[in-house]
Design a protein around this ligand. Structure first.
Ligand SMILES: *Cc1c(COP(=O)(O)O)cnc(C)c1O
Length: 401
């Protein structure tokens, strides 16, 4: 950076993603980062190696401005560091981030860091499928007790937090996948603070992306992202992130070393590259989604639309409070009728791809016959008129009843 050596300027997030994290002087003047593929790093001296291990394993803290040698790519590498430096400013209250080879690696590592056998955790439902699997197939059999609470039920959330024994973590996914029901992060943080032994409040903020909802500002301790989705934005990488206070990120990093969820240099590079356009993309996603949600809601073929920006959304009031910049690019709908109507609609779409995942530049739809024929839509950045034409094509294909 041009001001290298001076205190960093304080800049806004869209500027930070363009300017943070990379010093060309460390890469023979290359204006953009190289992919550092090395598995291991050469120490400048045996003493420097000792020092690097002491810091990596938490036995010592780096002095201000101290340059610490890299050790081994499972612990960290330049591309992971560049990505972390770029991500931190996206959460106004975050001091540090750790990056992982997937969103699930981030979520599982943070559970294994802060929740021990015998402890309990509260989690909102519905929940991303991978997280559910983690809870029921791994955490509960290991003796950690999960306490489910329905997303959007603030009184139940408060009561579960107040009543759980040996509570170590509160895991809130908001908006929830795939119903887009929103939970009140501030209420969870408030209930957690009222306890003697305060549990950590963790928010899976994947559905909104960091431009719209800032969980740490509402009292959460950690925010987790599947960076596969909006952060990467191009649908060509799997990656995960946790951001928060340094004292919480450091212990996560020690377990990341043990659990082996390090992200590869190339995938870090791809996400860092995709993130430069994140603020631009998110504004288009949210504008297109808001327009499609309003259009769908007004149509007689459509029975139900879930989008936090609609007045009909059950937590619309909460959404207007916590999402001043827009309500994101995800919406869900159900058609009048059932499976036949859903399949006719989805099969007639020509622009939208039928796929899981979300946050891609391209629109993705995923019909869920087992979820009462809900159709989840990740609204992309295509021209809005083309998206509207595609929705009209789908609606026109629904057979008369
Ligand atoms: C995709 C997703 C995850 C898991 O992330 P991966 O990168 O696929 O491992 C977790 N939570 C939510 C809400 C997601 O959408």
């Amino acid at each position: 950076m041009a001001n290298h050596g001076k205190a960093p300027y304080v800049v806004r997030a869209p500027t930070a993603v363009l300017t943070r994290g990379f010093d060309p002087r460390l890469s023979v003047g290359s204006a953009r980062p190289a992919v550092f593929r090395s598995s291991t790093y050469v120490f400048s001296s045996p003493e420097a190696a000792e020092r690097a291990f002491a810091i990596a394993l938490g036995r010592s803290q780096p002095a201000k401005g101290e340059s610490v040698d890299l050790i081994y790519s499972r612990l960290s590498h330049p591309n992971a560091e560049i990505l972390e430096d770029q991500i931190v400013p996206l959460e106004p209250e975050a001091q540090a981030s750790a990056v992982f080879n997937s969103g699930m690696a981030a979520i599982s590592t943070l559970f294994f860091t802060f929740c021990r056998p015998g402890a309990s955790f509260v989690y909102t439902t519905p929940l991303y499928g991978g997280t559910q699997h983690l809870i029921h197939q791994l955490l509960e059999p290991l003796g950690m007790q999960g306490v489910p609470v329905a997303a959007g039920d603030t009184a139940a959330l408060r009561a579960s937090i107040a009543g759980a024994e040996r509570l170590s973590l509160v895991f809130v996914e908001t908006p929830a996948n795939p119903t887009l029901v929103m939970s009140d992060i501030a209420a969870a943080a408030d209930a957690a603070r009222a306890l003697g032994e305060r549990p950590l409040v963790v928010v899976d903020n994947t559905f909104l992306g960091p431009a719209f909802q800032h969980p740490l500002k509402h009292g959460a301790d950690l925010v987790v992202y599947s960076a596969t989705k909006y952060l990467s934005g191009h649908g060509d990488t799997v990656c995960g992130v946790v951001s928060g206070r340094r004292e919480l990120i450091d212990p996560i990093r020690y377990e990341l070393d043990a659990l082996g969820g390090a992200v590869s240099p190339f995938n870090s590079w791809l996400v860092a590259r995709g993130m430069r356009t994140l603020p631009l993309r998110l504004d288009v996603h949210t504008r297109n989604a808001a327009a499609l949600a309003a259009l769908l809601e007004a149509r007689p073929e459509v029975a139900w639309v879930a989008y936090p920006g609609l007045e009909s959304h059950p937590q619309h009031e909460l959404a207007t409070r916590v999402l001043p910049r827009g309500c994101g690019g995800m919406l869900s709908l159900r058609l009048e009728g059932g499976e036949r109507e859903m399949y006719a609609f989805v099969n007639a779409l020509e622009l939208a791809s039928i796929a899981v995942s979300l946050g891609d530049l391209k629109t993705l739809v995923y019909p869920m016959p087992k979820r009462d024929n809900l159709i989840r839509v990740s609204v992309g950045c295509e021209d809005l008129d083309d998206l509207v034409a595609d929705v009209e094509r789908g609606l026109a294909a629904i057979p008369a009843r």
